[in-house]
Ligand binder design. Structure first.
Ligand SMILES: NC(=O)c1ccc[n+]([C@@H]2O[C@H](COP(=O)([O-])OP(=O)(O)OC[C@H]3O[C@@H](n4cnc5c(N)ncnc54)[C@H](OP(=O)(O)O)[C@@H]3O)[C@@H](O)[C@H]2O)c1
Length: 400
């Protein structure tokens, strides 16, 4: 029925590509295009005998708009899925505008030379996408992504007003390494070492990095330390959920991860300011990425579960109500199915689902949208169908 051009072939993209190939009725043709074409070729070779989806591959530098435009004109996709890095968001959006093709990503733009992410850069494309008659779906991963869908679902079915949202992201997986990140190390470390913040009473409250800690008893996992982070969906949910008073985001980290991170920070290894090493400039964080385990190699080693969800508090028919909706995902089960650990799985599956809703026309409209702006029901149904079933609790433990 439709063609998707998938940019990137790392941990998240690999899961999304597996799932597109399971959903050949929608994804009749895909082109996997990335910087290192050998990775695309190897994945295409592995999947071709298992699927009706026709798979082609290409080499592309997604920072180069001209190269992207040429590839889009040659492949003629209905949608470009940006599963490379947030640095490439704007170049790919420019290429989509030039060729009038729909766009999807899983992370909002951040400039490579400044550890700062926010939607303003991509929201600035709203009018141009609207005029071109094409759709951009921003943040179709888990968080952002499913967390926004959960919010839209809670708003649609259970609340007149949502006043408080706590997003809880727990990864209780153990890969056996003293220190490794579960998705791109550079992006992950930039996120975790940034200042924390949350939205309250109509404005941002900023905190020192990892300064606010809580312990939460996660269903199917147990007690874990979690820390308040700034996270991109806070920004769009603060706009799109009516009556909201406070939104916070917490992520769990183990002591070993934090001790290593502190040490790496203290010696300057997480810096993105170039230094001269043996006569040439290098960026310490990029060097660190090169020596850390590749997240896509963690699959066979990781045991345990993730639990990611949202707790909502608000009013229904004048009475207070609370509601927790979450997904539990097992690292080993993900590996058996698609050869990846659960962090890549929980991002790659929603990327495929968002893409399938756009490609089938169930979600449509000209402009740039965050995921909670669309009808959540078909996405919620697809989560159950494609491997991320959700659980509801109407009497959850709340976070103080
Ligand atoms: N929303 C969520 O829930 C969520 C959760 C986790 C991750 N994410 C996002 O998912 C994305 C992918 O993460 P990941 O862990 O899969 O990263 P990854 O394993 O490092 O993969 C990134 C891929 O992008 C390719 N790439 C990088 N720069 C490129 C360029 N200039 N041109 C073409 N291809 C390029 C890389 O190519 P090489 O193979 O040559 O390096 C690699 O295939 C990131 O944006 C991350 O922020 C979202």
């Amino acid at each position: 029925m439709a063609k998707a051009l998938i940019i990137g072939c790392g941990g998240v993209a690999s899961v999304a590509i597996h799932k597109c190939c399971q959903n050949s009725a929608i994804f009749t043709d895909i082109c996997i295009a990335s910087r290192t074409v050998e990775k695309c070729d190897a994945l295409a070779k592995k999947l071709a005998p298992t699927t009706k989806t026709r798979i082609s591959t290409a080499q592309v530098d997604a920072n180069n708009v001209g190269e992207l435009v040429a590839l889009i004109e040659q492949f003629q996709p209905n949608l470009v899925m940006n599963l490379a890095l947030p640095y490439q968001d704007l170049a790919i959006m420019d290429a989509c505008l030039a060729t009038r093709v729909n766009y999807l990503d899983t992370a909002n733009y951040e400039p490579e030379d400044e550890a700062k992410f926010e939607y303003s850069w991509q929201w600035a494309y709203r009018e141009r996408f609207r005029k071109a008659g094409i759709t951009a779906l921003l943040g179709s991963g888990f968080d952002p992504g499913v967390t926004g869908v959960f919010a839209a679902y809670a708003q649609k079915h259970y609340f007149d007003t949502i006043e408080y949202i706590d997003i809880l992201d727990c990864n209780a997986g153990d890969h056996g390494y003293p220190f490794a990140t579960n998705f791109n190390p550079e992006i992950n470390i930039r996120e975790v070492t940034a200042k924390g913040s949350y939205w309250e009473g109509g404005h941002w409250v900023e905190t020192e990095p990892l300064a606010i800690k809580r312990v939460y008893d996660f269903p199917q996992i147990g007690n874990k330390d979690m820390y308040l982070l700034h996270h991109e969906e806070l920004e769009s949910l603060a706009l799109n959920i009516r009556g909201i008073k406070r939104i916070r985001f917490f992520m769990t980290f183990g002591e070993s991860y934090l001790t290593h991170l502190r040490c790496l920070q203290n010696v300057g290894m997480t810096s993105i300011t170039p230094i001269i090493f043996e006569g040439r400039p290098i960026i310490p964080l990029q060097f660190l990425k090169a020596v850390l385990p590749d997240p896509s190699s963690l699959g066979p080693r990781t045991k345990g579960k993730t639990n990611i969800g949202c707790i909502f508090q608000g009013l229904k028919d004048g009475r207070p109500r609370s509601y927790y909706v979450y997904n539990v995902c097992d690292h080993e089960a993900c590996y058996r199915e698609v050869g990846s650990q659960a962090v890549a799985y929980t991002t790659g599956v929603p990327a495929m689902i968002g893409a399938s809703l756009l490609m089938s026309g169930i979600w449509s409209g000209p402009g740039v949208f965050n995921i909670e702006e669309f009808d959540p029901d078909p996405f919620m149904a697809a989560l159950n169908k494609w491997g991320l079933p959700w659980v509801e609790d109407f009497d959850p433990i709340l976070v103080d």
